[in-house]
Design a binder for this molecule. Structure first.
Ligand SMILES: Cc1cc2nc3c(=O)[nH]c(=O)nc-3n(C[C@H](O)[C@H](O)[C@H](O)COP(=O)(O)OP(=O)(O)OC[C@H]3O[C@@H](n4cnc5c(N)ncnc54)[C@H](O)[C@@H]3O)c2cc1C
Length: 467
């Protein structure tokens, strides 16, 4: 390891929204920085895929919505525009082999199941309101919520299979995981950080799926990188971070990296600095080598924060044929393996694009399948939901994020039972000169683009403040 050597004030690892936001803020504060990115592109979990005629589909994060002020401000700062998600027409809900039309967020179930879902959502809101998103690990009175999964709570709070199916779909849609995977406290933390209502997190109009970015969200990252110019170094997977305690820290450790307490090393580039922002999902950050080894609580956190599993698929047709049939393109299926679909056509409505998500267990089963087989199982579902025309797209594009070396899963990281209380304190706390950013470390819209941005500016402010 080694190659070219650069010295700077702050080295940022990762050119996703978090790393780029950190670098932008450091630059604004007059602090010299360099960004080291593994891939040959910026944007990380944001990825535009061209589909011809100047149009793209987004294989990663795409939606923005009310109260996501950081990302909305950034979009407008960078001269980009948003447009509303297509919501006209009826939605579909499929369960036990039948697809039914409905309007609004919650599908028409039998009245008992509907009441159960309504009550469960209200209870979750009330419980979420009690979570201190800054430091839930200090709320010992909430330890019982961290000791169980969302699934055990769901089973106590809903008895009908239809209500349970709907709550399962909600968990899959937000975490790309199963209710059995996620700590109840983690689910509540997330709901609180996303504005307090699971329903709003699931909503399109006025919710978290309200709007999209004209030209695709990767443009946000590309425009930020253009501002940073040659401070961004692409194609350098960081393998090792050597660090030593800052003066005044408890223990001084010897390190042979010159005058700088941090050295970020890839095969062909080494950047030495006074501080580092590691802007990676915790599960990915945990795969780097640290010399010396990180404190056990930080290392333990990275062993526990699991990346969700999602395959994001796009079937592209000459036109959005479902619109003429009075359908919005939004469907939810309890029968699967596709759990959710959306009309993801560009603003012009041409071509017609159906977006289909495989999430949680369905994505775990599909990720390692040959691409043709994955396409086949997805199109089968789309035909069930939208009829035979859905089986003959002009193109089909998908991305299985768990098979991506530099993401290891998506949408983001979640904590299983027991982890928040014991390891949560290590999520953001700096280790000597090492500062942690990334959507997972946010307290507002954690796991979303909005959270990634605030995490980067927070890490930059920590460094500027000398903490
Ligand atoms: C399919 C999908 C759908 C989503 N939908 C939405 C949505 O609709 N709305 C929303 O707000 N959010 C959504 N998200 C989440 C959103 O995309 C992320 O929260 C956000 O992009 C994360 O940014 P980040 O900078 O924290 O992490 P990342 O984007 O993961 O950035 C980390 C960067 O570090 C790099 N890296 C990794 N390892 C190394 C290494 N060893 N050395 C150097 N660099 C390295 C990566 O290549 C990457 O560029 C979605 C994500 C996915 C995948």
């Amino acid at each position: 390891m080694g190659g070219e050597r650069i010295e700077t004030e702050v080295v940022v690892v990762g050119a996703g929204l978090a790393g780029l936001s950190a670098a932008r803020e450091l630059t604004r504060l007059g602090i010299d920085c360099q960004v080291v990115e593994a891939r040959d592109r910026v944007g990380g979990r944001l990825l535009n895929e061209p589909i011809g005629d100047g149009e793209i589909v987004e294989l990663g994060g795409q939606w923005v919505g009310p109260t996501q002020d950081r990302v909305l401000d950034l979009i407008s700062d960078l001269g980009l525009e948003t447009f509303p998600t297509w919501c006209q027409g009826s939605n579909l809900f499929e369960r036990a082999g039948k697809a039914r039309r409905y309007d609004g967020t919650i599908p028409k179930l039998n009245p008992i199941s509907l009441a159960e879902v309504g009550m469960a959502l209200k209870r979750l809101e009330k419980m979420a309101a009690r979570v201190d998103v800054e430091q839930p690990w200090k709320q010992l009175e909430l330890a019982d919520w961290d000791a169980e999964t969302f699934a055990t709570w769901m089973k106590r709070n809903s008895k009908t299979p239809a209500a349970r199916d709907l709550l399962r779909l909600a968990i899959q849609a937000v975490w790309a995981a199963e209710p059995e995977d996620v700590s109840l406290l983690h689910a509540l933390f997330y709901v609180k950080s996303g504005g307090g209502s699971l329903e709003l997190m699931l909503d399109a109009a006025d919710g978290a799926q309200d709007s999209r970015v004209v030209g695709g969200t990767q443009l946000i990252a590309e425009r930020m990188a253009a501002e940073l110019g040659d401070r961004v170094h692409l194609g350098f997977p960081v393998r090792r971070i050597r660090w030593r305690q800052m003066p005044g820290d408890v223990e001084e450790q010897p390190m042979e990296v010159g005058p700088h307490p941090v050295s970020v090393e890839s095969d062909e580039l080494t950047v030495s600095a006074r501080a580092a922002v590691v802007a990676l999902p915790p599960a990915v950050a945990g795969r780097l080598e640290y010399d010396p080894i990180l404190p056990a609580v930080r290392d333990g956190l990275t062993q526990r924060m699991v990346q969700g599993t999602v395959v994001k698929c796009h079937a592209i047709y000459s036109e959005p044929f479902w619109r003429a049939e009075g359908l919005s393109g939004q469907a939810t299926s309890a029968d699967g393996p596709v759990s959710v679909t959306f009309d993801n056509s560009p603003p012009s409505g041409s071509p017609g694009v159906l977006l289909a998500f495989l999430e949680g267990n369905a994505a775990r089963r599909a990720t390692d399948l040959p691409p043709d087989e994955r396409r086949h199982i997805v199109l089968d579902c789309l035909v069930r939901l939208f009829g035979p025309k859905a089986g003959k797209p002009e193109h089909f594009v998908d991305k299985a994020w768990a098979a991506d070396e530099f993401a290891r899963g998506c949408y983001g990281g979640y904590l299983p039972p027991g982890a928040w209380m014991t390891y949560g304190e290590a999520l953001r706390r700096p280790v000597g000169p090492l500062h942690w950013a990334g959507a997972e470390t946010a307290t507002v819209w954690a796991g979303y683009m909005d959270g990634a941005i605030s995490s980067g500016t927070r890490a930059a402010s920590e460094i500027a403040a000398g903490t």
